[in-house]
Design a protein around this ligand. Structure first.
Ligand SMILES: Nc1ncnc2c1ncn2[C@@H]1O[C@H](COP(=O)(O)OP(=O)(O)OP(=O)(O)O)[C@@H](O)[C@H]1O
Length: 298
């Protein structure tokens, strides 16, 4: 798999305080890479470093075909970004704001309408940006990042200020970008459930240090079945002696085998032996649970 971003040993200090500490991350071609961390972990700083908006103290960043970004700014032509607040000209319409980028970068005019369509701003294209709602301003910010149809899209908290419908729309849009336009996306977000539904790989940082990087499935515990019964002792004994793979917890019996036939067999055995079953739930570990587990230690 081809790497689109390779960060190696990145270190950045502000006034003697290290905010990035020997950080190394890899974003692969076609990834939607969810970049997570508590407030102040260093997410925006990392993204700014990739865009050369700040100077760093040590480390190396390579993009696309191993281009070292410290050697040339050329790569920025293929990068679109929304970092922190979207910035635009308030007295121009949404369309005109995009037109400025389109003209400067000599892009096809169709890119403007395509980008507006993607973010759902077509109907408000002629309205002045200063009269946009918070959510519309955010959409315009995403459209500005998209208008080049870049190979790499970097989005810092892109769903800030959007209502739940807007969050869902933007999520579906972002999910479609790799397949539709061949883009690679790096996205930071506070909304873990959003990243859970969108990203294929994630990186979790804390205090400028990488805590985890990999596929979401690697991070989460396997699904398990939680069986709630009115007699825990007896229920557990029955299943254990019946040859089922179970363990006992404080208030439930847990089985790692969630296959349909297995669940039916366990339930039948319990009921036939007079144990009342009042709950059979498959437990999926959420990204939020994993995140809290990983970041709580420090
Ligand atoms: N220009 C600056 N001068 C001094 N300190 C800074 C500067 N920019 C960022 N920092 C500090 O660096 C640390 C990392 O900030 P950063 O914005 O990268 O975090 P973040 O992970 O994006 O957080 P959030 O989720 O709150 O946006 C914070 O402690 C912040 O106060």
């Amino acid at each position: 798999m081809h790497n689109v971003i390779e960060i190696d040993g990145l270190t950045k200090s502000y006034g003697g305080k290290k905010v990035l500490n020997n950080l190394s991350i890899v974003v692969q071609q076609g990834d939607i890479y969810g970049f997570l961390g508590p407030n102040g972990a260093g997410k925006s700083t990392t993204m700014k470093a990739i865009l050369r908006l700040i100077q760093t103290n040590a480390g190396e960043i390579k993009v696309f075909d191993g281009e070292d970004i410290s050697l040339s700014n050329e790569y920025l032509r293929d990068v679109g970004a929304l970092i922190e607040e979207p910035s635009f000209y308030p007295n121009l319409s949404g369309y005109e704001n995009l037109e400025i980028v389109q003209k400067l970068a000599h892009l096809p005019k169709e890119n403007i309408t395509e980008a507006l369509k993607i973010v759902g701003l077509n109907d408000n294209a002629k309205k002045l940006a200063k009269n946009y709602s918070l959510g519309m301003k955010q959409r315009l910010g995403i459209a500005l990042a998209l208008v080049k149809f870049p190979k790499l899209l970097i989005l810092d908290e892109p769903t800030n200020g959007l209502d739940p419908d807007g969050v869902r729309e933007i999520r579906e849009t972002i999910k479609s970008l790799p397949a539709k336009y061949g883009m690679t996306v790096m996205i930071s977000s506070h909304i873990l459930s959003e990243v859970d539904k969108m990203a294929n790989r994630i990186g979790i940082i804390q205090n400028g240090t990488l805590k985890f990087q990999g596929a979401l499935d690697e991070l989460k515990a396997a699904d398990c079945l939680e069986i709630k019964v009115d007699n825990l002792e007896k229920g557990y004994e029955l299943l254990d002696q019946g040859g089922f793979d179970v363990k006992r917890e404080d208030d439930a019996i847990i089985s790692s085998n969630i296959e349909r036939g297995n669940v039916i067999d366990m339930n039948s055995l319990l009921v036939s032996e007079g144990v009342g079953v009042y709950g059979l739930n498959v437990h999926h570990e959420s990204l939020e649970e994993v995140f809290l587990k990983l970041t709580k230690e420090a």
